[in-house]
Design a protein around this ligand. Sequence first.
Ligand SMILES: [Zn+2]
Length: 642
Amino acid sequence: MKKKILLLSIFTVLLLGIGLGATHSNAATTGWKLENGKWYYFQKDAPAKGWLYVGNKWYYMDAKGVMQTGWLKLSGKWYYLQADGAMKTGWLSLNNKWYFLQTDGSMKTGWLSTKNKWYFLQADGAMQTGWLNTSNKWYYLQPDGDMKTGWLLLDSKWYFLKTSGERSIGFETVASKKYYFDSLGVMQENQWLEQGGKKYYLKSDGSAASGITNILEKKYLFNTDGTLVSGWGKINGKWYFSDIEGIVQTGWLTDKGKKYFLNQTGVMITGWYDEQGKRFFFDGSGALTTGVATVEGKGYLFDNDGVLYCGGWFPVDSKKYFANDAGVLQKGWLKSNNIWYFFNNDYSIKTNWLLDGGKWYFLNDQGEMQTGWLVDKNIRYYLTASGAMKTGWLQDGGKWYYFNLSGALLTGWYQDKGIWYYSDSNGVMQTGLITVDGKEYFLADSGAWVPTPSPSTTKGLAGKTIVLDPGHGGYDGGASAAGVFEKTITLQVSLKFAELLKSKGVTVYLTRNTDEFVSLDGRVEFSNSIKPDAFISIHVNSATATSAQGIETYHNSKDGVMPAESKRLAALLQDEIIKSTGAVTRGVKDESFRVIRGNQAPAVLVEIGFISNDKERANLVNSSYQNKICTGLLNGLQKFFD
Ligand SMILES: [Zn+2]
């Protein structure tokens, strides 16, 4: 700004000068004239007065036309006219002082910029050297008048002059370093400095300490702005901690309830750290890890002092963990000393029920996987050798058990695939005849309950319905000997017996009444469709030993529908036939023949003699012997219904 104003004023004066020159140069001159030691310049026989421009030079003639030399003050401006009267411009040295006359000849005061250098000319025009105080700022003009910038050493004291020439006071940053200059501009060094509640240290070169700095054999930490750190400080991406004095700490540190470790140079440790055979881990913030922590996807367990647990079992807060030799915590299944354990996602050992891979397992209070029988909350379970909870059927020790979908052992009545089963209070599946709440039920060998039709309640044979089943028929001749077929005898006896029964007021159905083939299933289905009061199947026996003889009656106690009644009927019939025929008794026998299985009536099968025995065959084809058989059957039936 100052520079601009200066140039503008020079320019104005220059124009004025050229104007003056033009006025005088056109006049007719007579030239210079010396009179009594004084110079005049005549124009049209009169001496010129005021400024005169001749021979490219300016002169000044006073009111009498006398040419002036030396200093001249005009309109408040100073000019210098040399010994020959010519007006001076540029630098002028006079009595060991320098002056500067501008292009228009006027003497310069104040700041002057020329040839890229700054000068200062005092009010009397004399060029300034040394210290200068102007506008409340200090400047330094070198002995040649050139304004100083940058470092200045004077009397062993350092000063700093800014690009503007202004002397630095207070903090100044030079080449990225921070310096401090007192009120006199003197750079401070080798001392602590407190400014604005912050502490700095000025080193021997005057620059403020930053980063880690040793001062009197103590290590301090400074921020990059030079302020002393108390507490945490980060230098070059590393963390340090200084106490209240600013002294950098090393070793273990507790801050706000967290523990840290600072190495020998004071750098805060992160990650793994080994000390005297102990392993520690510091997280990203440098805090010591305790308890369970996951590091790079692996679990670890640290005690309250941050020491890593390695190799074995470790209880923490009623939870149990297992760490391998490297300290990595187990997750999922683990087999140790032949016992299986399971560890949760938080690495703690699993107890109680566990659902894994769609199967349930049970781990006891010690986390040990259980197998075999288990009672939990009064419910019985069974865990297989692999530990998986059993559902559905289990055969154990020759007994059958049934577990529902929750694995609970069932007792009493339950259903599986639409079939009823019954297990006792120990969960053992029952078979055969059972009594529950005073009622009888019959369970097949498979345990399946076979529903019983209600037995007839009215007494006496009359009015009853009987199904007679002549064995074999059609292409199935049954046993045969000497040209006699079983199918013929069974049909003859059955037809005779049917007539006898009808005469006693019995409704009789025959599974066949001619020589035709009827399947075994068909005979049972036929009988079940009738729902008779009894079912009697007639057969003839055969054996390789022709001596084999006698009569036997079968019932089915295992999977007969009405085992008790069938057994009673068999016994009565066998008894009465023997009485009536005098034949050898082979006894009552229990067998699961097809026609007396699933037959929903008291059902029996009578082998009325041996076709392979000549004597018995002769009887069997004999009509009066056949009558004896029918009488026996009738007597037996009558007793059955009495
Ligand atoms: Zn037969």
